[in-house]
Design a protein around this ligand. Structure first.
Ligand SMILES: [Fe+2]
Ligand SMILES: [Fe+2]
Length: 267
């Protein structure tokens, strides 16, 4: 029986479609300025949020980040980003992040944010992730301090993902944005010998625990688009994989409920 509550019903009418435009591995540089600027200009207003899954630059030069920042400056659509390994290559990751932030990009580094889209709170947990591998080829927490430091770095990334997912647990839509892969499925196509450096199964532990609505990563240029961790869909949105400037995900959200709809995966 329906209750005698004649107030507001949560039903089909309350559904909102939230469009997430995602791209990883843009690898911006002066040589690609025109392409980058037109790609961002075209997506502006076609999506509710733009998410960038790291490797925003070619080799981590803040001048390259400036190219992306110029493309983002003045967009109506909020842009969220994590950095990738290329963005750290010159040891100037902070300057890369600052260049993006100066254009209004929200750079998430082991952090989280909540974007309000059409009255729906979208929780976004952002971390670069790191290496470590998967069952059968995983880096152990043993031996030389340098190797154990690598292990500890991945632990810190994993913990931040878990903390972020706790912080946004109340959001009807929850997205995890990474650079490195948290699952093997999206690495298929890459030589198995380098999977250990393309991601780590440990990054997937808090994802399996909290089951966000959508997980996005990049880094594996030759990997596969689609995989999952339990019921959570995981997508490798590297532009080299999607074959387009942005892949647009449509997420249906109602208060307390959400589902993700995805077009046919890229050929
Ligand atoms: Fe890349
Ligand atoms: Fe990368």
């Amino acid at each position: 029986m329906e209750s005698a509550n004649h107030g507001h019903h949560v039903g089909v009418d309350d559904k909102r479609t939230i469009r997430i435009a995602a791209a990883g591995d843009v690898h911006a540089s002066e040589a690609h300025r025109e392409r980058v600027e037109s790609a961002f200009a075209e997506i502006d207003g076609e999506a509710d949020l733009i998410l960038l899954a790291g490797d925003v630059t070619t080799q981590g030069d803040p001048e390259e980040a400036r190219v992306l920042a110029d493309a983002c400056e003045g967009l109506r659509t909020p842009v969220y980003a994590v950095l990738g390994n290329h963005d750290h290559h010159l040891g100037r990751g902070h300057e890369v992040a600052d260049a993006l932030r100066s254009a209004g990009v929200l750079v998430l580094d082991r952090d989280w944010a909540i974007a309000e889209v059409e009255s729906v709170d979208v929780g976004i947990v952002g971390a670069k992730g790191f290496v470590g591998g998967f069952a059968g080829s995983s880096l152990p927490d043993f031996g030389e301090p340098l190797l154990r430091e690598v292990y500890a770095e991945t632990t810190a990334e994993t913990d931040a993902i878990g903390d972020g997912l706790k912080a946004v647990a109340h959001c009807p839509l929850r997205i995890v944005l990474l650079h490195y892969a948290p699952v093997e499925g999206t690495l298929e196509g890459e030589p198995p010998g380098i999977w250990t450096y393309l991601g780590c199964a440990r990054l997937g532990i808090p994802i399996a625990e909290h089951l966000p609505d959508l997980v996005l990563h990049g880094h594996a240029h030759a990997g596969r688009f689609e995989s999952s961790i339990a019921e959570t869909p995981v997508y490798n949105v590297a532009v080299q994989v999607t074959g387009r400037d942005f892949y647009v995900f449509e997420l249906e959200a109602t208060p307390g409920r959400s589902e993700v709809e995805v077009d046919a995966p890229p050929a």
